[in-house]
Design a protein around this ligand. Structure first.
Ligand code: GUN
Ligand code: ZN
Length: 486
């Protein structure tokens, strides 16, 4: 038997369904199905209806649910009506889609902020490989992964694509922790068998195959949760033999799996790849040659790409994870996001812990905003064109991430049929870093001055974008389940 439950979320809902567009829906009730039982037709956490401008949302939203389905019994309806009042309409409290982090090394979390003046290749040797290797120890890995995942959740990230380490057991532990904490996650066991220290490498492809079996079986047979998915993770071309890339490409093809790796992050790295793979014309060609590029592929960085590489990305549907904090910290360069977007490439954001020092996608989004200005300042003409605006950065932080992970039909915005992955943003919390003054408040209900009120609201969104932090992430839901509350 299946017990249906419809959970009603009431208030102001803001999202960015298209690049550059901020959609604001006020006085709104969203009905989310929760299911106890085993009827597969009734998907858990799915948005069933959205009733905008409801006369009932603040008083009796159950009427909205009954309008959607008159056969519902009131015992099947639960109302999440958080602190009804003016804050929903003055702009200081709203629901926003959960952030999507498409590139995060959970295993490197203890090194956040520790990079000195290194650049990629020496940074890997000095800071990264020793830390990742140490996570073979269970207790240490448990502590690091629990803190790393919790940090992303408290910052509003509902979906994250993680790199663990080469060790299958600690990778499985990361999957278990994400499952237990309720986050939607892609879990990648790092694969690498050359150009890495002897204390931290897979010694042959058979070892990699055995390790991958352990991880894939654990996720499919033990975890058995649609929210936790494996992602094939060749670390990057220089640390993977041709044999390993061949095996991984076949694995991806056989099971239609997601892939994540690094591409064109650092100038020295690019030169090195061309030496290691002399039959490939470009760095991108290496991944294409081994069948690793598809609409389920996430490529981190993509800073030094050529026009032909751009074409390959577009034709294969591969997406980019832009990691502006990492790229500035370890001085890799500036990703030309506008150029990618205008050429039809999906772009998302990655914290790239610990190349990047912040677990917050909001923080990463504001750095993407600033990096785009650096790209703009380097142009001879048409500088403004290269600047990303606040709405565009919020889009790549949410809907862009959904597209890059091939989950555009499931997450990234509030639409019927999608999962309710959301955060409640509240600018009035204790400890909030955002001060909104009285004259800056809007009145979203005042239809006579809609233009002025919407401008005021855009300014409030900008204040949150530039000054907000985890103290403003009051609650977080994944598939309609509350996973964090302050
Ligand atoms: N930023 C970053 N780039 C890489 N390239 C290969 N490995 C890594 C890594 O761990 N972080
Ligand atoms: Zn990375």
């Amino acid at each position: 038997m299946t017990i249906k439950k419809l959970v009603l979320f009431c208030g102001t809902f803001v999202d960015t369904p298209e690049l550059g567009t901020l959609r604001v829906r006020i006085n709104t009730t969203i009905g989310v199905s929760l299911m106890i039982g085993n009827n597969n037709n009734h998907k858990k956490g799915e948005i069933k209806f959205i009733r905008e401008n409801s006369p009932n949302y603040d008083i009796n939203p159950i009427l909205d649910a009954l309008e959607y389905d008159p056969t519902l019994h009131t015992s099947e309806i639960e109302v999440i009506n958080l602190q009804p009042g003016t804050d929903w309409l003055n702009g200081t409290r709203f629901y926003f889609p959960g952030f999507i982090d498409t590139h995060c090394h959970a295993s490197q979390y203890p090194n956040s902020g520790i990079f000195g003046s290194s650049t990629l290749l020496d940074w890997l040797e000095k800071y990264t490989f020793p830390l990742e290797a140490s996570l073979k120890e269970y207790k240490l890995a448990f502590n690091v992964y629990s803190k790393a995942v919790q940090r992303t959740i408290t910052n509003g990230t509902t979906c994250c694509s993680y790199y663990a380490t080469i060790d299958p057991n600690s990778t499985n532990l990361l999957a278990d922790i994400c499952n237990r904490l309720g986050q939607r996650a892609f879990i990648g066991k790092v694969c690498m068998d050359r150009n890495c220290p002897s204390y931290y490498k897979e010694h042959n492809v058979q070892e990699c195959m055995d390790n991958m079996d352990i991880v894939l079986n654990h996720i499919s047979d033990e975890i058995q949760n649609d929210r936790i998915k494996p992602i094939i993770t060749p670390r990057f071309a220089p640390t993977c033999s041709q044999e390993m890339l061949t095996y991984l490409g076949e694995l991806v093809k056989k099971h239609r799996l997601h892939v994540q790796t690094h591409l064109s992050e650092n100038v020295e790295e690019v030169k090195w790849v061309l030496q290691l793979f002399p039959d490939c014309k470009t760095y991108t060609d290496v991944y294409q040659k081994f069948g690793l590029l598809s609409e389920k592929t996430v490529l981190a960085h993509c800073i030094h790409l050529s026009e032909p590489e751009l074409k390959v990305l577009r034709e294969t549907g591969s997406g980019v994870s832009h990691c502006p904090i990492s790229n500035s910290s370890i001085t890799s360069g500036e990703c030309r996001v506008r150029w990618l977007l205008d050429n039809g490439i999906d772009v998302s954001l990655g914290t790239d812990i610990s190349g990047g020092f912040s677990s917050s996608i909001l923080n990463t989004a504001r750095q993407a905003h600033l990096v785009s200005r650096h790209v703009a300042m380097k142009q001879k003409e048409n500088k403004d064109y290269y600047k990303l605006n606040v709405n565009e950065c919020l889009y790549i932080a949410t809907m862009g991430g959904a597209k890059v992970l091939d989950l555009q039909d499931a997450i990234g915005s509030f639409d019927v049929g999608k999962q309710f992955d959301a955060q409640l943003v509240d600018l009035n919390t204790i400890g909030s870093n955002v001060d909104v003054f009285e004259w800056q408040l809007t009145d979203l209900n005042d239809r006579n001055n809609e233009k002025k009120n919407m401008e005021l609201f855009h300014d409030i969104i900008a204040k949150w974008f530039f000054n907000g932090d985890r103290f403003n992430t009051a609650r977080v839901w994944v598939s309609g389940q509350l996973i964090h509350s302050i």
